[in-house]
Design a protein around this ligand. Structure first.
Ligand code: FAD
Length: 295
């Protein structure tokens, strides 16, 4: 039995935004793989529920004429993984969502729920940060555009106003064009486990594939929220490919993170993971882009 008060079932997005405005304290229910567990555990018991899961207009992936990829928030992880648009343009996102939970969770869990829960271990979060995703938040007043970089406000806290819903995740062409990337999730077991550490990198090389023209990297569980590795990105800019590049990147990463000790891993082990995952994600990204290491 689930302990809730009223269940609101909007017929369309306009109806959902109206209900959201009228009932700002209601819990938004998408796939429910976080929310229903919290309700059952008593953390969100006795609340009203606004169930948006049936709104097909918030589901799907498309490309706009200027090449912007638009991922609607109710798109499931399985759907993201099977999308030819994602496979062709941002295979790193496919790599990331394929590592969420097990098949059942990937079928029911949505990418919107994954970033709105504000959790640092969310598997899609690092890759969306590393590709400069932009969020569209809607209310009855209109739309608000927020860079995903600014969305996380603290553990479990995001910049979502009480009358707003996440209605789209947008990735501009400039962010993904000619990039190659790699997502690494370090967990205690291969499936059905959340990340102890996560790292998503992508690079764009120069025409001769000798140097890094541009690099993006983000980490999960390396800080209270998913974070970008801006220092790493600066340190590797314009460099050729050798062990010194990887070691400098690993060292630079420590400026961008703030890991903690938890029952999963000590702070020291997480620092080791951050360094090693930085090396591996960068190396694989460069190799996928056609760059060759000199030894
Ligand atoms: C067994 C199990 C294994 C899991 N493994 C992983 C894993 O490996 N990696 C991982 O990242 N996660 C994992 N999760 C967590 C969960 O599946 C994901 O976070 C999932 O993406 C949540 O999506 P949902 O649609 O189920 O969200 P819900 O539970 O419906 O909602 C999650 C939160 O987002 C809010 N929300 C949802 N959609 C919107 C919207 N459009 N606008 C505004 N707010 C919204 C809700 O109010 C709620 O706060 C696991 C969960 C379970 C139960």
């Amino acid at each position: 039995m689930f302990d809730f008060k009223e269940l609101y079932q909007p017929k369309n997005l306009a109806d959902a935004l109206r209900l959201r405005k009228e009932h700002p304290d209601a819990v938004i229910l998408a796939g429910g793989s976080d929310v229903l567990i919290n309700i059952r555990a008593g953390k969100e018991a006795g609340r009203d529920i606004l169930n948006i899961f049936g709104l097909d207009e918030l589901r799907g992936i498309s490309m706009e004429p200027d090449g912007t990829l638009v991922i609607l928030p109710l798109t499931s992880f399985s759907h993201v993984s099977q999308s030819p648009l994602i496979q062709q343009n941002i295979p790193t996102l496919q790599e990331a969502v394929d590592q969420v939970g097990g098949p059942q969770i990937r079928n029911i869990g949505t990418i919107g729920g994954n970033i709105c829960n504000g959790v640092t271990s969310a598997d899609s979060a690092t890759t969306l940060k590393a590709f400069d995703a932009i969020l569209e938040l809607s209310s009855v007043e209109g739309k608000r555009i927020v860079p995903y970089a600014d969305f996380n406000k603290g553990p479990g806290k995001v910049d979502l106003r009480p009358d707003e819903l996440l209605t789209a995740i947008r990735i501009p062409k400039e962010s993904y064009q000619d990039t190659y990337g790699h997502y690494i999730k370090y967990a205690m077991r291969r499936a059905m486990d959340i990340a102890t550490m996560a790292c998503s990198a992508n690079v764009r090389l120069d025409a001769k594939k000798q140097h890094i023209e541009r690099m993006r990297i983000a980490y999960g569980v390396a800080a209270p929220v998913p974070v970008r590795g801006f220092t790493v990105e600066k340190v590797v800019q314009g460099r050729g490919f050798d062990q010194a590049l990887l070691d400098d990147a690993a060292k630079a990463a420590l400026n961008d993170v703030n890991p903690r000790t938890s029952w999963r891993a000590s702070k020291e082990f997480r620092i080791h993971l951050i360094e090693e995952l930085t090396r591996r994600a960068l190396k694989t990204s460069i190799e996928r882009a056609g760059g060759k290491f000199n030894g």
